[in-house]
Design a binder for this molecule. Structure first.
Ligand code: T46
Length: 141
């Protein structure tokens, strides 16, 4: 499951804006970890994996990052180019991120602590798990 969401924007041009999100309100999981990626050279590709159980919200407070999501049946592209945009990426979604603008920052709110064994970094293994129905409950997030 994946979904683009738009955060509420509070403020006005003269003083700037504030956006927010809350666990189990507009984000359908409890947040246990926040991490962020920065000083990434333009043209870099990161990601190249799916998660077994982890659900995440990605947002780009500054810059432009292209995110390609793949559920094993098809791919979809999302441009994170505004601090109002958030991209929910559920478990079982292969994701690649491409840095398009200098100094872009990718922030992520995750449903669990870091655990390398939750990563699937081999694409053929990912496709095999999709075929076997490993994420048959994916729509529940
Ligand atoms: C994801 C995308 C959007 C940690 O030690 N703790 C952490 O919390 C994280 C996220 C990573 N790491 C270590 C693991 C690797 O040795 O940091 C190193 C770089 O991680 P990785 O190559 O997986 O980075 P990205 O940018 O390809 O992927 C990251 C997240 O790892 C991943 O879960 O969904 O951002």
């Amino acid at each position: 499951m994946y979904k683009l969401i738009t955060f509420k924007q509070i403020g006005r041009i003269e003083i700037g804006f504030l956006s927010f999100f809350e666990s189990n309100q507009n984000i359908p999981f409890e947040i246990k970890r926040i991490y962020y990626t920065y000083y990434v050279p333009v043209g870099t590709k990161r990601g190249g994996h799916a998660h077994r159980e982890l659900n995440q919200l990605l947002w780009c407070p500054y810059g432009k990052i292209n995110v390609i999501l793949d559920d094993g049946k098809g791919k979809k592209e999302f441009l994170l180019d505004s601090p109002e945009k958030g991209l929910l990426v559920g478990k079982g979604i292969w994701h690649d991120m491409y840095w398009i603008k200098e100094n872009s920052v990718l922030c992520v709110a995750a449903s669990d602590y870091y655990n390398e064994s939750d990563y699937i970094r081999d694409y053929n293994n990912f496709l095999k798990l999709v075929k076997e129905g490993y994420w048959k409950d994916e729509n529940k997030l």
